[in-house]
Ligand binder design. Structure first.
Ligand SMILES: Nc1nc2c(ncn2[C@@H]2O[C@H](COP(=O)(O)OP(=O)(O)OP(=O)(O)O)[C@@H](O)[C@H]2O)c(=O)[nH]1
Ligand SMILES: [Mg+2]
Length: 192
């Protein structure tokens, strides 16, 4: 997206910003252990340094130090396997600002959640955390799909496709196929 495109969005959403709400939501769809949390930590670390003039900051100092500390741990090879994050136990919401140079051009929200939320056999649709995640998926302007590379590691092409279908597609398709398109926007059903 070009800076001017984002700027237009920013102007259109100025009242949301005044209310302290994120202008956009991004949600990552991925099974248990697919790398959602590691991606968030890596993305934040890379983007705080800036790429092509764009950078991301977490205006909340606690969120910034939490993400920074966890990324430092993730990259500390001396800690061996302990450096990887534990399975996410509860959903956490992070608020970020996207900057172009010194100018803030957009705020967005990112939710990190336990991957079993997207497993039909395990998810609890009455759980308020799950409802929050489903709502975030429904309201997101962008969905990322995160897949465990182990699905593609060994075996024949047919076996790899089967693993992707069973471990990834079966779980996340539900959230994409439940979408309905009206008024020029995608909307999704929310569990009652
Ligand atoms: N090689 C490699 N391994 C990764 C990468 N990202 C994650 N992993 C491995 O995958 C494991 C799971 O990653 P997480 O980021 O915790 O996965 P998650 O999707 O957040 O898992 P849940 O919180 O249980 O849903 C990590 O402990 C690492 O061992 C990556 O980019 N490369
Ligand atoms: Mg996680």
């Amino acid at each position: 997206m070009k800076p001017q495109d984002v700027n237009n969005t920013h102007k259109n959403n100025s009242s949301q910003e005044e209310d302290g709400m994120a202008e956009r939501k991004f949600t990552i769809l991925g099974e248990v252990r697919s790398g959602k949390t590691c991606y968030l930590l890596g993305m934040y670390s890379e983007m705080t340094a800036g790429v092509g003039g764009y950078s991301i900051i977490a205006p909340n100092a606690d969120e910034d130090s939490d993400l920074t500390r966890r990324y430092q741990k993730l990259t500390n090879k001396k800690q061996g396997i302990d450096r990887f994050p534990l399975a996410t136990g509860a959903a956490s919401t992070y608020n970020f600002n996207l900057q172009y140079g010194l100018e803030k051009i957009m705020s967005f929200e990112w939710i990190d959640y336990p991957g079993n939320f997207v497993d039909a056999a395990q998810r609890d649709i009455a759980n308020s955390d799950y409802i929050k995640v489903e709502q975030s998926i429904n309201e997101s302007s962008t969905l990322f799909i995160c897949m465990d590379g182990a699905n593609l590691a060994d075996g024949t092409l047919k076996q790899k496709i089967k693993r992707v279908r069973n471990n990834c597609a079966k779980r996340i398709n539900l959230y994409i196929l439940q979408s309905v398109f009206y008024n020029g926007k995608w909307h999704k059903r929310i569990s009652k």
